[in-house]
Design a protein around this ligand. Structure first.
Ligand SMILES: [Zn+2]
Ligand SMILES: [Zn+2]
Length: 206
C-alpha cells in the first residue's frame, strides 16, 4: 500500500523550508493515527515521543509529526527521548501505543540523492536549488509504507502526564508569577528558580 500523505502547503510554510524529513514525519503521524484509530488531537489527549536527538538534519521530522497529529510542543504533547534514532512512539491512553521507525534500507536509498551532497557541505535546505529538493521529496512520496517504516505495536506502553494546575504564587524577590510546581523556598520565602540562584546550574549542551 502506498499512502503518500502529501503535506498541505501551510505545513511547509510553518516548517519554513522544503525538505524530505518534514513530509516523512507527517506521514508517520498520519499512519500512526490510522493504526490507533485516533483523530487529530484538539486538546491534550495524544502523545508523541520522537527518538531523535540533536545535531542531525532529520529532526525536521518532528515538525511533520506535530502538524499531522496536533500533538504539539506548545500543548506539551511531544517529548524527545534523545536516543538519536529515526523513530517515534505515538500514544493514546485509550487506544494504545505504536512505534514507527525508518527502515535502514530506505534511509540509505534516500541518502544517495543530490540533496544530501548539499546538506553535507553545510548548505541549508532553503538555499538548495528547488529542483534538487523536489526530486528527493517526490521520490519519498512514491515509496510504499512497507519500504519506509517498521511498525511495532507497544502493548505495555504507559505514560502519566503531569497533572494540570492553575495555582500560582508571586516570587518574593522579582514579583513575577510562578506556577507552584516550580516554586522554591529561600530564607522561608517563595521564590522563582532564577531568583533562587539555581540558574547557575543550568547547562545547555550543544
Ligand atoms: Zn526541514
Ligand atoms: Zn523571582
Amino acid at each position: 500500500m502506498s499512502t503518500q500523505f502529501v503535506p498541505p502547503e501551510w505545513a511547509f510554510e510553518f516548517h519554513g523550508h522544503r525538505c524530505p524529513f518534514m513530509p516523512i514525519g507527517y506521514r508517520m503521524g498520519l499512519l500512526a493515527m490510522l493504526e490507533l484509530s485516533v483523530e487529530r488531537e484538539a486538546d491534550h489527549g495524544f502523545f508523541v515521543f520522537p527518538e531523535l536527538g540533536e545535531g542531525h538534519p532529520q529532526t525536521c521530522m518532528i515538525d511533520g509529526m506535530q502538524i499531522a497529529t496536533g500533538a504539539t510542543y506548545g500543548k506539551v504533547l511531544i517529548a524527545k527521548t534523545f536516543y538519536g534514532k529515526l523513530a517515534a512512539t505515538f500514544y493514546h491512553p485509550q487506544k494504545g501505543a505504536v512505534r514507527y521507525a525508518l527502515l535502514p534500507d530506505f534511509v540509505d536509498a534516500m541518502g544517495k540523492f543530490e540533496f544530501f551532497n548539499y546538506r553535507k557541505k553545510g548548505i541549508e535546505p532553503s538555499q538548495i536549488p528547488g529542483e534538487v529538493v523536489n526530486q528527493v521529496i517526490q521520490w519519498v512520496y512514491e515509496q510504499s509504507d512497507e519500504t519506509m517504516f517498521k511498525v511495532e505495536p507497544q502493548p505495555g506502553f504507559t505514560f502519566a502526564p503531569v497533572k494540570g494546575s492553575f495555582n500560582k504564587t508571586k516570587c518574593s524577590v522579582c514579583g513575577e508569577y510562578v506556577f507552584d510546581r516550580y516554586l522554591r523556598m529561600k530564607d522561608g520565602k517563595p521564590v522563582c528558580i532564577p531568583c533562587s540562584g539555581y540558574e547557575k546550574t543550568i547547562k545547555v549542551e550543544r
